[in-house]
Design a protein around this ligand. Structure first.
Ligand SMILES: Nc1ncnc2c1ncn2[C@@H]1O[C@H](COP(=O)(O)OP(=O)(O)O)[C@@H](O)[C@H]1O
Ligand SMILES: Cc1ncc(C[n+]2csc(CCOP(=O)(O)OP(=O)(O)O)c2C)c(N)n1
Ligand SMILES: [Mg+2]
Ligand SMILES: [Mg+2]
Ligand SMILES: [Mg+2]
Length: 344
């Protein structure tokens, strides 16, 4: 018997299968099933953002399961809410899927959405459409709880540049899958079968591929950064250099990143076996890889950095370099800076 597809079920039965898998959310007054949802908005100012994931652009069905795609769709949006200094509250999920899609894939997506959402966040509604390719558009709502939003534009010369979360993992995982290399199983990574070097490579590959399939954003760091006096913040979706450049441009400043071995030593060490095996450059993944969804923020020099944030540089005034410039170890890097949907 072939696996049942969503054409076997139809829309209503598919939704009946999906709803119980979705997280309810502590601020949900009316969840999925009516013409619209009703959610609590304690702050009166609602933070709202949307991001779409498109098959073969953001994910491949042969590289990621429904659960992976749901997880990433949630995290990518939750990170944008956190990057404003807000606490995410609800998601709305619009799904385009071919009729031939297995029911299990959509159920996996539901479970992945639940897995990517922290306690208290609900998936309160969405939409379904047939289409040639899979696309998942998520809208996220958040609560500032009295905080001022942390914008991209508030960085001042002398501020410390800090980052919370991993860097380069998603790009390394993508590179591994794009090279057509098999993902080692947990037994190879942790068991007795392989030699020490083989196990180290297996562990590093699994970390990277997991980072690509199911990134983890340090969401609580967003409100914590706001409370610690962050002057500017954004999540790193397109690459550290590109997103730091956006912050620098919006703020009219220059961002000076510390030498990679100091600022990103842990990531470089974690990804080194993957880079060696592929003949690739871990530094390029860390500086220009996207989709890790860490938080990049600037703080006054005398602020104490909240848990999870590490100093990676300092903000400078324009002069020798124009506003919007990002330097690494005192020089403007010549390699790629990150992702652009229309320019590669
Ligand atoms: N089609 C659009 N219509 C209106 N605003 C948009 C559109 N696409 C992007 N934006 C806005 O432009 C800004 C940059 O978008 P984007 O680079 O996608 O941000 P992020 O990386 O945080 O998701 C955001 O404020 C976003 O809301
Ligand atoms: C199959 C596949 N190819 C390429 C990529 C790499 N990639 C796709 S979009 C993107 C940048 C982030 O996505 P975007 O839609 O720009 O999110 P936003 O910046 O709006 O948060 C990257 C690095 C991928 N994740 N999967
Ligand atoms: Mg976006
Ligand atoms: Mg963002
Ligand atoms: Mg982008």
């Amino acid at each position: 018997m072939p696996a049942p597809t969503i054409a076997d079920l139809g829309e209503d039965a598919l939704l009946t299968r999906l709803f119980p898998l979705l997280p309810a959310g502590s601020g949900t007054l009316l969840g999925p099933g009516d013409d619209a949802a009703v959610v609590r908005a304690p702050d009166a100012r609602v933070v709202v953002t949307t991001d779409v994931l498109v098959e073969d652009r953001h994910f491949r069905l042969d590289w990621s399961s429904g659960e992976d795609v749901g997880w990433r769709a949630a995290v990518q949006n939750l990170a944008d809410v956190a990057a404003m200094g807000a606490v995410p509250t609800s998601l709305v999920v619009a799904l385009v899927v071919p009729a031939t899609t297995p029911v299990a894939w959509v159920e996996g997506l539901g479970r992945g959405l639940a897995g990517g959402c922290p306690e208290g966040v609900g998936v309160v509604g969405g939409d379904l459409s047939g289409g040639e390719h899979v696309a998942v558009a998520v809208t996220a709502l958040g609560d500032l709880a009295g905080r001022a939003p942390v914008r991209r534009s508030g960085a001042r010369p002398g501020d410390v540049v800090a980052h919370a979360g991993v860097r380069g993992h998603s790009a390394a995982g993508y590179a591994w899958l794009a090279a057509g290399r098999p993902v080692p199983d947990a037994e190879t990574a942790d068991g007795e079968g392989a030699d020490a070097e083989g196990r180290a490579l297996a562990r590093a590959v699994r970390l990277a591929v997991r980072g690509y399939r199911r990134p983890v954003s340090p969401l609580v760091g967003g409100p914590a950064a706001a409370d610690a006096g962050a002057t500017a913040m954004l999540d790193v979706s397109d690459g550290l250099l590109r997103d730091a450049g956006r912050l620098a441009r919006a703020s009219g400043v220059v961002v000076h990143l510390d030498p990679p071995a100091d600022a990103f030593g842990e990531d470089l060490a974690a990804l080194a076996p993957v880079a060696r095996a592929l003949g690739a450059d871990a530094e390029a993944w860390v500086l220009a890889g996207g989709e890790d969804h860490g938080l990049l923020a600037t703080f006054p020099a005398d602020a104490s950095l909240p848990a999870g944030f590490r100093r990676i540089g300092v903000v400078g005034a324009p002069g020798e370099w124009t506003a919007g410039t990002v330097t690494v170890a005192g020089r403007v890097p010549s390699g790629p800076v990150g992702w652009d949907h229309f320019r590669g």
